[in-house]
Design a protein around this ligand. Structure first.
Ligand code: ARG
Length: 264
């Protein structure tokens, strides 16, 4: 069973700019965002993916990007330490949510940033990205809390500021990566975990193609990705479901950012 935590776009907006995708003059069409959200949740339901929703707060326009709130696994919630003050209050709502579910709450030292979008897990492989949002120092702390080895990579590109904007592990063997957003030696580290690397094209990167949700052989991806990418994935045995995410792209996120996974 896969379980996600979402937040409806009731107050989603661009009221500040904390990544290069955001432009305060490029406002969110709320109705459209709500329609996109409905399509996504419909797709999740059709696939039998369970999801819960967080309560929305009017003061927190980026709350839709729930993945960033932390990492939830096996009754433990490691809460985010957001780099930008604009997003810090979002964490309290997540902490309340997980506390209500009986989770143990863990936190990193205040000066060490950690955002959930920088932390990917598929089965027993964990990959962490630092540089633009999370601090490098978060990696050994996460390793300690989870008692797992974590592959750590640097994110040098301001457009691909969270790991989930430029990488997606999609099976034991396979990962999608935007190779232009990672250092050669880090791509090498990723290759040692995943036999097949699919390098996304610049055109697909602009749509944040790596920002997807995987559920066994099903991939929920952003509408507008290339047919070449869809074909490559289909040949590997994946089924592709695309959903419109245009309003979320304005905020610098897509399918994965809005779907925090609760690992059980
Ligand atoms: N506007 C949000 C921010 O800059 C977008 C977050 C996207 N989240 C993600 N996991 N990539 O923080």
């Amino acid at each position: 069973m896969k379980k996600l935590l979402l937040c409806p776009p009731t107050f989603y907006d661009i009221r500040y700019e904390i990544n290069p995708w955001m432009d305060i003059n490029n406002k969110i069409d709320r109705q459209k965002a709500q329609e996109e959200y409905n399509t996504l949740t419909y797709a999740l339901s059709q696939l039998g993916i369970e999801y819960d929703e967080l309560g929305c707060n009017e003061e927190l326009p980026d709350q839709v990007f729930t993945t960033d709130l932390g990492h939830a696994e096996n009754g433990v919630f490691i809460k985010a330490n957001f780099r930008y003050p604009q997003r810090q209050k979002e964490v309290d709502i997540a902490v309340d949510y997980f506390r209500m579910q009986g989770y143990e709450i863990k936190e990193l030292p205040e000066q060490i940033y950690f955002e959930g979008g920088d932390f990917l897990k598929l089965n027993d492989v964990y990959v962490f990205g630092y540089g633009k949002r999370s601090s490098k120092e978060a990696a050994p702390i996460l390793e300690d809390i989870l008692n797992k080895k974590i592959v750590t990579v640097e994110l040098p590109d301001e457009y691909y500021y969270h790991l989930d904007t430029c990488m997606a592990p999609i099976s034991h063997e396979t990962a999608l990566i935007n190779t232009s957003a990672l250092h050669e030696q880090d791509i090498h580290k990723i290759r040692s975990e995943f036999r097949t690397i699919i390098a996304t094209t610049e055109e697909d990167n602009k749509r944040l193609a790596c920002n997807l949700v995987v559920f066994e052989k099903d991939l929920i991806m952003t509408q507008g990705i290339s047919n070449e990418l869809k074909d490559t994935l289909t040949h590997l045995g994946f089924r592709i479901i695309t959903v419109p995410m245009g309003e979320y792209l304005k905020g610098g996120g897509s399918v994965h950012c809005v779907s925090m996974e609760i690992y059980e």
